[in-house]
Write a protein of this length. Structure first.
Length: 262
C-alpha cells in the first residue's frame, strides 16, 4: 500500500510544476483587439507599401491615411465604428491587466540587447531600450507568456531584433508601454505593443508576430510589415482549466502524502 502511495506522490510531484502555468497562461487577453494588426486612438498614417495582417482601425478618431498604397491581408478597415470602439475597450482592459501582473524580474536601467529571457513578467519603472538582439527562450513551450511592463517609453535602435531560441513563434508576447513606442529603422520586432499613447514604426521596421495597438494616440507607419509571422500551435489552456487541474494535483499530492504517513 505504501509503495502505491509513494508512486502516486511521486507522480504528483512530476506534474506539480504545471501549477505555475495558471499564473501566466492566457494572462493577457486582447479580446476583439486581437483581430487587429493596427489599432489607434486618434489616427493611423502610412507612408509607402506597408502590409498589415488583420484589421486596421481607429477610435474615437476617424482618420486613416495611406491605404493604399498600404494593404491589409485577412482584415477589414474600421474607421470610428462600433467594432473599433469595442476593440479599444478590450485593449484598455488588456493594458490594465498587463500592468497589474506581478513582476518576476526588474530590469529598470538595463538595455534589453544581448539578454536571453525565459517566460515571465519583466518590469521597467521608466523607459526601456533595445539595442541589438533580445532572445526569448520559451523553454520549448510555444504558448509561453512574456510580458514587459514599461513605465514610459519603449525605443529600439536601428537593426535591433527580438528572436526566439526555437523555430516556433510565440503569440503571447506583450509590451505594455506607459507612453509611446518607437521601433528603429529595420528593427525586426516580435510581440503585441499595447501603448497608452502612440506607436511609431520607422522605415522597414517589422513586427513578425504581433500587433501595434495604441489607446489614445496615433500609429505611424513607414514601409512596414506587421503580423503574419506567427507559426506553430498557440492554444493556451483557459486559466480556469489550469487552476482546476492544479487544485486536483495538489489534492492528489496531499492525499498520497497522508497515506504514506499512515
Amino acid at each position: 500500500m505504501k509503495s502505491r502511495s509513494f508512486r502516486q506522490f511521486f507522480l504528483s510531484l512530476l506534474l506539480f510544476p504545471f501549477l505555475g502555468l495558471s499564473v501566466y497562461a492566457d494572462s493577457v487577453n486582447l479580446g476583439t483587439a486581437g483581430s487587429f494588426g493596427v489599432l489607434a486612438g486618434s489616427t493611423v498614417t502610412n507612408t509607402g507599401s506597408s502590409v498589415i495582417a488583420g484589421n486596421v482601425g481607429v477610435w474615437p478618431g476617424t482618420a486613416i491615411t495611406g491605404f493604399p498604397p498600404a494593404i491589409m491581408t485577412g482584415g477589414t478597415m474600421h474607421v470610428g465604428d462600433a467594432v473599433a470602439n469595442t476593440a479599444q475597450n478590450d485593449l484598455t482592459t488588456a493594458f490594465s491587466t498587463a500592468a497589474g501582473l506581478t513582476p518576476t524580474a526588474v530590469l529598470t536601467g538595463q538595455d534589453l540587447g544581448g539578454m536571453t529571457l525565459t517566460p515571465g513578467v519583466y518590469f521597467f519603472s521608466s523607459s526601456a531600450q533595445l539595442t541589438g538582439t533580445l532572445t526569448l527562450n520559451d523553454l520549448g513551450n510555444p504558448n509561453a507568456v512574456f510580458v514587459f511592463q514599461i513605465g514610459s517609453t519603449l525605443t529600439t535602435a536601428s537593426n535591433s531584433a527580438v528572436v526566439f531560441t526555437s523555430s516556433l513563434t510565440d503569440k503571447n508576447v506583450f509590451w505594455q508601454v506607459g507612453s509611446s513606442a518607437t521601433l528603429g529603422t529595420t528593427t525586426a520586432f516580435t510581440g503585441n505593443i499595447l501603448a497608452l499613447t502612440s506607436i511609431t514604426l520607422n522605415n522597414a521596421a517589422t513586427i513578425g508576430c504581433g500587433s501595434a495597438l495604441a489607446i489614445n494616440g496615433a500609429v505611424t507607419l513607414n514601409n512596414n510589415v506587421i503580423g503574419g509571422g506567427c507559426r506553430g500551435t498557440s492554444t493556451v489552456p483557459e486559466p480556469g482549466t489550469m487552476s482546476l487541474m492544479g487544485s486536483g494535483l495538489a489534492i492528489l499530492a496531499a492525499a498520497a502524502f497522508r497515506r504514506m504517513r499512515a
